[in-house]
Design a protein around this ligand. Structure first.
Ligand code: C5P
Length: 325
């Protein structure tokens, strides 16, 4: 069952959430309350190799978690059910991945224990940043730790893959090559070039359906995985990376189909960015910058045009500091 915030819940919720913001990488717990963060991602590369017999597409994609996150608070309840309270009313539904992840654990282990989950969304929804998938993975990992459950890594991975193609990546996060449907993960050592240290995200106001974007692919969008393989090799060798090596096989179709995304792309370049790429199935676009000064200058211009922007940076899976080379 889902319910909305009344006045009392709202102030309790706000108090808990502000507490969580001062807790950094380590999930925190009291006797009855457990907090965690759920980080977003960008796709540095996204090769689509072809269509599979099961209707999904075979991918090779390099994903990197970023310092933009939702906060999730778990508390005990005497009721044998999963309750969700989200600051975005439209996400308070039983098919929210947060609820489905908690229910998957309860079903797998035949638990009668209930939980109330407060979800403070900051990551834009249906934006190509993996927000929902990240929430699902965060719930699996948090309940496993908080309830000290006897789930193996294999159990977690299998539940994650059932919840969505991107969910397994968020179990480990950081920097990784993801293959298959997206669920086969090869973690890469934490490395990010210093001259790409600032990420400016621009989220056009439209929402994009991932299924529609994949359905509209044509043969010209398929590659043999060369972009992801090349960037993987560069990252492993901690070598120089060029923004021209960022690639997204879904981008051509999205730019052709969604005028707002094409316009936002033009606006970003006109504001002074020298590079711009789609993240996932979009509509969010990202540009990398070597200095805060330049990133801020571009951001201010886009804000003045009424655009939704986020200035962020790559981070490790747990939000720890990274070394930038
Ligand atoms: O797995 P997930 O539910 O996140 O995928 C959403 C939709 O995106 C799928 O229903 C499918 O249409 C498409 N998709 C795909 N190939 C992938 C991943 C997703 O065709 N590897």
């Amino acid at each position: 069952m889902c319910y909305q915030l009344d006045k009392c819940h709202k102030s309790m919720h706000n108090a808990r959430m502000s507490h969580s913001q001062y807790n950094t990488s380590v999930p925190s717990t009291t006797n009855t309350v457990y907090f965690t963060r759920s980080y977003a991602k960008i796709n540095v590369t996204l090769d689509i190799l072809g269509k599979r017999p099961d209707g999904y597409h075979e991918l090779a994609t390099i994903m990197q978690t970023i310092d933009l996150y939702d906060t999730i608070c778990f508390s005990s309840t005497s009721e044998n059910q999963v309750q969700l309270i989200c600051n975005r009313q439209e996400l308070n539904t039983a098919d929210n991945l947060v609820v489905r992840a908690a229910e998957a654990i309860r079903k797998k282990l035949h638990l009668t224990r209930g939980v109330s989950i407060e979800l403070q969304k900051r990551v834009p929804v249906a934006a190509g940043l993996g927000g929902g998938s990240s929430n699902a993975a965060a719930v699996l990992v948090a309940l496993q730790r908080w309830w000290q459950l006897p789930l193996s890594q294999e159990d977690l991975w299998s539940m994650a893959a059932d919840l969505g193609s991107d969910v397994p990546f968020f179990l480990t996060g950081g920097l990784a090559l993801c293959e298959g449907r997206g669920e086969r993960i090869t973690p890469l050592p934490a490395y990010w070039p210093g001259e790409m240290r600032w990420l400016l995200l621009v989220k056009p106001t439209i929402s994009v359906s991932t299924a529609t974007v994949f359905r509209n692919l044509t043969a010209q969008d398929y590659t043999n995985g060369v972009w992801s393989r090349t960037v993987q090799a560069m990252l492993r060798a901690q070598g120089p990376l060029q923004t021209e090596q960022f690639f997204n096989g879904l981008e051509r179709g999205v730019l052709a189909q969604y005028e707002e995304v094409a316009q936002a792309r033009q606006a970003i370049l006109a504001a002074g960015a020298t590079n711009v790429r789609l993240s996932g199935s979009g509509p969010t676009l990202f540009s990398v910058f070597s200095t805060l000064e330049l990133a801020t200058k571009v951001q201010q211009q886009l804000i003045a045009q009424g655009m939704e922007t986020y200035l962020t940076r790559p981070t490790t899976a747990s939000g720890n500091e990274m070394h930038y080379f």
